[in-house]
Design a protein around this ligand. Sequence first.
Ligand code: GRE
Ligand code: ZN
Length: 329
Amino acid sequence: MIGKIALEEHFATEEFLEDIKPYFIREGVWEEARDTICDISGKRLQEMDANGIEYTILSLSAPTIQGMCNTEEAIAAARRINDYLAEQIKPFPKRFGAFAALPTQDPDAAIAELRRCVNELGFVGALVNGFCTPDDPENCIYLDDPRYLPFWAEVEKLGVPVYLHPRMSVPSVRKKEYAGHDWMVSAAWGFHVETGTHCLRLMASGLFDKFPKLQIIIGHMGELLPFQIWRICNRVDSHKRDCKAEKTFKYYLENNFHITTSGNCSTPALLCTMLETGTDRIMFSTDYPYETMKQAADWFDNLPVSNNDKKKMGRTNAQKLFSLEFLDD
Ligand code: GRE
Ligand code: ZN
């Protein structure tokens, strides 16, 4: 399928390479990714052309800004990186869009930076790499914290989606939970448990009752949620405990979340997601350069789904969500 739009696609700059390195367990993968992640319009554009990807929305890799303990440094780095990205994609308005990196350590600064990126730089939303760690790497501030209510109010007002991207859990947790199983801490498993949990925290906090128009995007075929949603709802229905949500979790999944296929080329997993959310809220993505565009495109292009569904998931859902009218239909 030509004309695909992809939206979990990462870049980095030299200043963040050391930060990203611990996320790689297999050395060979790191060497390859390092050479591709800093590139924007060279090999990346060739790969897009070779795999029928017309438009890519770029985001700074994980954990980067969210992993910084010094709030002032995080504010300055987010500004610097967003300006850099805007400059890099400027010559290619029909090929690249951008998600803002946000200094969530300081909710007021995150609001100001989101406004600036959307209103002045033309970014289509933000991508946040999970909880943040102000002052202490063990500090674990999730976005359901009441300090973020003004931030979410602004997100809803601006009408842009927020992509919630994985990161590893804090060192003390992962050292216990994954002891002796280092392979498990990131993209093979831990990322998805962490982000799935973060999504459930947002739902349970009542955030979407306060701001019903909020739209959150999650990757990797829904961070385990489509497969578990029935059981979650069933359990919460009978054991509500401290859950503050007014509606069912299934309702939020169907009305406040969008799911991408990034890094998860499983047809059974896609079918499960289609059955839980419908095809209006599923979008193609690749997770480049951690995964290859070729693997994602070969899988997606050959899916045994209708041409209508393929076009929606490959292109028009993203076109609508991000108001990309300038791309021809
Ligand atoms: C990702 O962005 O999904 C990712 C990383 C690091 C390693 C693997 C991976 O950020 O898939
Ligand atoms: Zn990713």
